[in-house]
Design a protein around this ligand. Structure first.
Ligand SMILES: [Fe+2]
Ligand SMILES: [Fe+2]
Length: 313
């Protein structure tokens, strides 16, 4: 693989190469602008691989000391609101780690296979990030990760359960049964990269990180680590957009309706996922559910235009 160095302006260069500590000075919207920039000129799979090599980080380098101090002073309501969002993320990261291997097996080219292998490492690291935060900030008597995940698994949310415990494992099983099923691969990338990562995860990350920034919490280990997570997710989303764009270019009659159908099936689950069990939790974040949904749908529509389809046929 020949290294293809991307041409980036100084701001993008700074974000692309920022260390964990430097990520504390970076705004989530600037990280996300990587995806929008990629909509105009899509990075190749190789460029995304090189970006991954440059953007390595370690959960063990984070300092959760400031986070612990803030946690100790937080009210019960603030704690419950924080835990609600982080439960969705912790379980979600574990689910996407568990289901990605069949995508690697079903990858239509070695370049895609290589990129997806880097993504598996990322998702595992994100899961460890939440495990460490939970143990060191919230505290738990759970001896292992399975016990902790079972304890914190969000159960009340139907949309979340359907998406992460039914749709995602179902498509992964279909790919494992027949890795040559390209339709299943395109459908899988629509669910995984477009619905879960681009629309759901990045919206949640954006509002969580903006809220922390507004409250001057950027020195926290969680802020720095979660910004690194969002930077990883921006690579995953750029990858997914390219896969779907290339599929639509190759055969619009076959793949545009397949992607549209999958979205129509999954979109109601998005509002069913971000709806908190207690509506006052969102006031802790200073943002309304409507604002989150609008942000999610606007980003989705921009990405769909880049892929070359509209939501309604
Ligand atoms: Fe992730
Ligand atoms: Fe991801």
């Amino acid at each position: 693989m020949t290294a293809q160095v991307e041409e980036l302006d100084p701001t993008m260069q700074r974000i692309a190469r920022a260390s964990l500590r430097e990520l504390g000075d970076i705004r989530i919207d600037d990280v996300l602008s990587f995806i929008d920039r990629g909509l105009e000129r899509m990075p190749s799979y190789r460029e995304l691989y090189w970006r991954w090599e440059t953007q390595q980080w370690a959960v063990s380098d984070l300092d959760f000391g400031p986070d612990r101090q803030i946690w100790e002073q937080a009210t019960e309501h603030e704690r419950q609101a924080t835990l609600w969002g982080r439960r969705l993320f912790f379980n979600g990261e574990e689910r996407v780690t568990a289901t990605l291997a069949p995508f690697v097996w079903a990858a239509p080219t070695p370049e895609i296979e290589v990129f997806l292998s880097t993504q598996m490492v990322d998702e595992a690291r994100h899961t460890v990030f939440f495990d460490r935060w939970w143990r060191e900030v919230v505290g738990t008597d759970a001896a292992d990760m399975k016990t902790l995940l079972d304890q914190v698994r969000p159960t009340v949310n139907e949309g979340y359960n359907t998406l992460f415990y039914d749709r995602l494992p179902s498509i992964a099983r279909r790919l494992a049964t027949d890795p040559s099923d390209y339709d299943a691969f395109v459908k899988g990338v629509t669910i995984y990269h477009l619905v879960i990562e681009a629309t759901l995860a990045l919206t949640g990350q954006r509002f969580e990180l903006e809220t922390m920034r507004e409250r001057e919490l950027t020195h926290c280990g969680f802020y720095q680590g979660f910004t690194a997570v969002a930077r990883d997710e921006s690579r995953h989303v750029s990858f997914g957009i390219k896969v779907l764009h290339d599929a639509v270019q190759e055969d619009p009659e076959r793949f545009a309706p397949l992607i549209q159908r999958t979205l129509v099936e999954c979109l109601p689950l998005i509002s069913g996922t971000i709806e908190p069990p207690d509506p006052t939790y969102l006031t802790e974040y200073g943002h309304s559910e409507q604002e989150l949904l609008e942000f999610a749908m606007n980003s989705l529509n921009r990405r769909l235009r880049a892929i070359g389809i509209r939501l309604a046929a």
